[in-house]
Write a new protein. Sequence first.
Length: 298
Amino acid sequence: MSILNRTYSYLLSATFKEKSERLILAIAIISYVIHLIFIVLSQQGIISVESKFLNDPIAAIYTPFSFILIYEVYLLIFYLPKSISFYIGKQYEIITLIVIRRIFKDIASIKLTSEWFKVRDDLQFTYDVATSLILFVIIYLFYKNIRQSSNSGKRTTEEEQKITRFVNLKKGISVLLVPILFVLASFTLFHWLKETISEYGNGVLAFKNINNVFFDEFFTLLIIVDVMLLLASFFYSHQFHKIIRNSGFVISTILIKVSFSVTGIVNNALIIGAVLFGFLILLIHNLYEKNESTQMQM
């Protein structure tokens, strides 16, 4: 067994995935309890920190959700060698969980007044709730169509060999992504904590944009990976609809990345647009596959 396969079998095996899931779940529960303790200490006046995260116990859900998102990042890498479509689907799950996590963060700022649609925080909460529901439906349809496309047609021996080489390439990328993402996450956390502690002004700004911490850089890395997969796919397939599908997935990831640079309804519109675009690309790709299958049977 090659070094690549041994490393892949260790870092991205079903056993390692199960162990990681249990570890993340334990950390998420512990972090939730610690966050609740800090909220109690803040409300009792024992500690004095002005933060939305310490105003309401509901806001504490934000913390375990952050660790769940970390596990989703690992799952994204886990599914990369198995299926590009499932890999993209995991990207959509991650951005949906980011939106839901944002709901828990902002729910403590909601003001129950008759002027709901005039208050900025209340409006953002409304946008996020609607966005999460829309994304949930689109992702369901996305996965449903992946299963349909995965059953299409039989492959020749030459096609199987090409797919095997492409899968090995994706395994290599996945193995590289594990330490890169660990370093990226550690550096991002260290940099944010340093700003928060040493420079109060920058810390407040970073805290305000905490939803973007790590994931802004993470989706930049995903764009690089997606482009690499797109270019590599030219060596293994010259089918027009597959090239367009992979190109469309890159565009979808770029739109998600761009959404981190804006706020308000534009942010929500970009996220929904990115996921919807990816779903429509997959849908049209499946129609091409179905048409080719029908022509072969004639």
